[in-house]
Write a protein that binds this ligand. Structure first.
Ligand code: ADP
Ligand code: MG
Length: 240
């Protein structure tokens, strides 16, 4: 479903991605792990064209999305993204946040969008907070609304950039549980995370990024028990 071919990204003189190639199959869950500054977010942002790769190609369903002829908005409709810091619209209720894109981008009626919004908020356990504004929600609740909002466009792919890193510890589980539920629906997911147990449990494949290089691309059991590079080994010793 996703193919990245020799992706590089240079910011000024800083080569942040040094030729990343990988594939993600339909329904696969891939986690990206690695030290801070290794290029995880940049790579994820390349996948939905929030960043433009300096060189290399990205294909979604065999269509080259890095081609200059591609309509970026069309591509992004199919790829939901969830950020560390939620990015909810502060002046809209939880339900309005979820209803916004289906109306604006898909042109659904208010009634149709409301039905979708209510269903999705139920799915993330937020029915009783439909009318709450973001500043009245906890971090975990905000992130669950953000997930519902991303799902409202019915994307084929969901990208998550450290979705639990800004949360108090007691709220991490409620968000991971929602994500776990999503993996069971067959959603194709790419997840940057520091939650090693979660990665171990849900990932089909772990990508280990270090200094812009994809050092390992391994099935999680092997990665967590017997990584092949010293860099991954010393990283895991620090975080496990
Ligand atoms: P990670 O998510 O693994 O912590 P990032 O992808 O955020 O890493 O960043 C990798 C490197 O790219 C860092 O050195 C960071 O400073 C740099 N970087 C990221 N975004 C930009 C940007 N928009 N402009 C300049 N440098 C950037
Ligand atoms: Mg990051």
């Amino acid at each position: 479903m996703i193919k990245a071919d020799n992706i590089t990204k240079v910011f000024g003189k800083n080569e942040v991605l040094k030729g990343i190639s990988t594939t993600v199959g339909k329904g696969e869950v891939v986690t990206i792990i690695g030290p801070s500054g290794s290029g995880k977010s940049t790579f994820l942002r390349c996948l939905n064209l929030l960043e433009e790769p300096t060189s290399g190609q990205i294909y979604i369903n065999d269509e080259e999305i890095t081609s200059p002829r591609v309509n970026k908005m069309e591509i992004r409709k199919n790829i939901g993204m969830v950020f560390q810091h939620f990015h909810l619209f502060p002046h809209m209720t939880a339900l309005e946040n979820v209803m916004y894109a289906p109306q604006k981008v898909k042109g659904l009626s208010k009634k149709e969008a409301e039905q979708i919004g209510k269903n999705l908020l139920a799915r993330v356990g937020m029915t009783d907070k439909e009318k709450a504004y973001p500043n009245r929600l906890s971090g975990g609740q905000k992130q669950r609304v953000a997930i519902a909002r991303a799902l409202a466009m019915e994307p084929e792919i969901m990208l998550f950039d450290e979705p639990t890193s800004a949360l108090d510890p007691e709220m991490v589980k409620e968000v991971l549980d929602v994500m776990k539920g999503l993996t069971e629906t067959g959603m194709t997911m790419v997840i940057v995370t520091h939650e090693m147990n979660f990665a171990k449990e849900v990932a089909d494949k772990v990508l280990f990024l270090d200094d812009g290089v994809l050092l390992e691309e391994t099935e999680p059991n092997t990665f967590f028990t017997n990584p092949s590079t010293e860099r991954a080994q010393s990283f895991l010793e620090k975080v496990l």
